[in-house]
Design a protein around this ligand. Structure first.
Ligand SMILES: C[S@@+](CC[C@H](N)C(=O)[O-])C[C@H]1O[C@@H](n2cnc3c(N)ncnc32)[C@H](O)[C@@H]1O
Length: 212
């Protein structure tokens, strides 16, 4: 029932109903630790960068952008979605933030932007849906357009229970992208955590790859 409850809720509603404490900070409008960990990691990667520029791939309702902006308003955040309806929800939710001017439509498998356009590129539960072949293309695109590194949180086959494994297989989810990330040019995997947090209906892995 998670999707029924949360999928189309506005950030205002989430903010009223959810308060999540993580590393001593309260995150408003948040329905899970995995996304907070990712947001925190994106912020960490931006440390020591002057005027950091960050891109969220498949930003959905805009919740992750909202959290990152609340955490660090100095980051210039951009985000894109694949469909009109999804970008519409992002626009509605981020209407009163400066990020409104940085939202656009795009396909992560074919980013029409130059190499190294953003310092950090991140994504939460987007590549999963593309299937293995397209997810690999997407990861390479994210790598191409980032200058410093990428942060990724996706459902993990490892640690998944029988139902979760069946669900991922039936939906044609991509498998783990670790081995693809390892082979990205000039890459160093600095964090890889499997099955650290279980949020129905998935268990997520957490990957941070830095450019060296
Ligand atoms: C499960 S939602 C996650 C949304 C958001 N990242 C979050 O954490 O709430 C997956 C999102 O990926 C987007 N998506 C699917 N295919 C995409 C593509 N090829 N390029 C960019 N976004 C895509 C969908 O439109 C959808 O909003």
């Amino acid at each position: 029932m998670r999707y029924e409850k949360y999928f189309y809720e506005t950030i205002d509603l989430l903010t009223k109903n959810n308060l999540l404490k993580y590393k001593g900070k309260i995150y408003k409008g948040c329905n899970g630790y995995p996304r907070v960990e990712v947001i925190d990691d994106v912020n960490d990667l931006c440390k020591n960068i002057d005027n950091p520029k960050v891109l969220e791939v498949g930003c959905g309702s805009g919740l992750n952008i909202y959290l990152l902006h609340s955490l660090n308003p100095n980051i210039e955040i951009h985000g894109f979605e694949y469909t009109n309806s999804r970008i519409a929800s992002t626009i509605v939710n981020l209407f009163y933030t400066p990020i409104i001017k940085n939202l656009f439509l795009a396909d992560v498998c074919d980013l029409k932007m130059p190499d190294n356009s953003f310092d950090v590129v991140y994504s939460i539960h987007v590549l999963e849906q593309l299937g293995q072949e397209k997810a690999e293309i997407a990861l390479k695109e994210m790598w191409r357009v980032c200058k410093k590194g990428i942060v990724l949180s996706e459902p993990s086959v490892h640690g998944a229970n029988l139902y979760e494994k069946w669900r991922m297989k039936t939906l044609g989810y991509c498998k783990n992208l670790y081995s693809v990330a390892e082979k990205l040019p000039n890459s160093k995997i600095i964090v890889y955590k499997e099955d650290t947090i279980r949020t129905y209906p998935n268990t997520s892995y957490h990957l941070i790859v830095k450019k060296i």
